[in-house]
Design a protein around this ligand. Structure first.
Ligand SMILES: [Zn+2]
Length: 162
């Protein structure tokens, strides 16, 4: 059971379409850290609504590290101005929490650069069972608040009305 600090009110809501795109991307490159940006909007209560995801290249092709190509990130930022609400990456090794590198990036972007992104990590291993079930519980979210430090954010999957 996960107990969330009571002062953190933000949730991240992930649409069907975003969930589908996210898991497709991870399955297609399951041996390296898949990564990309989360597109959607946020509200004044500090919630994030992820409507779509845009996969980006991991220029390191690594199972334990990811980095975007700066020009690719810039192109997406121009194309989707104001729509990027966060970043995702996968942990094919199954490492189930943010790594030291992840934490540094979260703090730098959220606090020093004042960019209010939410961070999703999808943990593996992406074996047959995972690929069949695509377990939502494999998705964890973080945000580094200036006042409260790094916090895990509750994730909710939203069913769209067909
Ligand atoms: Zn990571």
């Amino acid at each position: 059971m996960i107990i969330y600090a009571s002062f953190v009110e933000g949730h991240v809501f992930i649409s069907d379409e975003a969930q589908h795109l996210l898991f497709e991307d991870i399955c297609q490159r399951k041996h390296i850290e898949a990564c990309g940006v989360l597109l959607g909007h946020s509200d004044s209560q500090g919630n994030w609504y992820v409507e779509r995801v845009q996969p980006l290249q991991n220029i390191f092709d690594s199972p334990v590290y990811f980095e975007f190509a700066p020009e690719e990130l810039l192109a997406v930022e121009l194309e989707h101005a104001g729509e990027i609400v966060g970043v995702y990456h996968s942990h094919p090794t199954g490492f189930s929490v943010a790594s030291a590198t992840d934490r540094e990036n979260m703090q730098r972007v959220n606090v020093e650069e004042q960019i209010p992104w939410v961070w999703l990590i999808v943990r593996g291993p992406f074996d047959m069972l995972w690929q069949e079930q695509r377990m939502p519980s494999a998705v964890i979210a973080y945000h580094h608040y200036e006042q409260w430090g790094l916090q895990e954010i509750p994730v909710q999957f939203v069913q769209s009305q067909a």
